[in-house]
Design a protein around this ligand. Sequence first.
Ligand SMILES: Cc1ncc(COP(=O)(O)O)c(C=O)c1O
Length: 383
Amino acid sequence: MAFKASNRSDIPMFRALDILRQANEKAAQGEEIMRLEAGLPCFGPPPQVLEYARDLLKNDPRQTYTEALGMSLLRDRIAVYIRDQYGVDLDYSRIALTVGSSSGLALAFLSAFDAGDKVAIFSPTYPPYRNILNTLSLQVVEIQSTPETDYQPTLELLEACEEDLDGLVICSPSNPTGTMIADDELEKICKWCDEKGVRIVSDQAYHGITYEQPAQTVVKFTDNAIALNTFSKYFAMTGFRLGWMVLPEELKDRVKKLSESFFVSPPTLSQHMAYKVFDHTDVLDGYVAHYKKNLDILKTELPKAGFDKISNAKGAFYIYADVAHLTDDTEEFCSRMLSEAKVSTTPGVDFDVARGHSTIRICYADETKDIEEACRRLQQWQK
Ligand SMILES: Cc1ncc(COP(=O)(O)O)c(C=O)c1O
């Protein structure tokens, strides 16, 4: 008897995982690999938050479910944070806690769009947008951004799009490029989307990790967008799987019902920790200063290794390099870099199906000494 497997789950594998596997294998054989491929902070939550979690578990080991949208206390705390960060006043009822922002993405797409709706993404992009949209039978309209627009959407690119869009996904600072949308451009995009009835899903996963100007939120310019945030990046609570979304009024109940059915509630211990982590942003800002130092090193040292076409990174912990002058097959290139230079980076093909064969992503969320050593090795390798 042949059993059916769904077509909807037949999504592409992350080819980056192949490099990850190769790097793991080499590390297991005792090779000292400089790991610039994974998108993880090298830090954990502030020690005070971990201490708080230990005490909590001692006193209340049960950690039962919370409300589907999360603890009111935490939602209220997030509303205060949003007011402090962006000067935007929100009722806490518009805030929903999620299981990482990954589940927020699924909830956003499910609550806002129907099968067949057209949603634009700008490549290079975080691959799960494309995968989740496809899985939900939405039509993905992939628009190519360029270094001239800092690999970000612009009003001009949107106006040139001939499709009748229902939605638009944006991400600033971006994974994989680290580039940002300027505030005035974001305002124009929000206005255009409001006029056209295009629902924006703004992935704000890297807000807080910015080096020049703070990132702006869509919520400042429109009440119709969905904004997604996470405790995984700036807050360094990656494995604790907690994120939040800011919802338009008309989607609040829908997201609540979906959350109840899909997830019951977000992780309880993580919610307690998240409540506490807002008291320790001084520690988190220290992490950001660390990333900034690493970025400065890369900006100086990468060109000396021949990687001189690099993205105008101003946030997150990624830099995107155009290596078309060195290869037209970055999967092979990254594999060779790993074997010969012992530095692992990510080929661009996951982020940009059409042009990623000539780009790579470099993650600099690691120890500074490793970033320096990686640069030395790459310079030697490209001599
Ligand atoms: C742009 C972007 N959005 C969302 C996520 C998902 O993060 P999480 O589910 O841990 O919140 C990531 C993770 O790397 C990311 O880079």
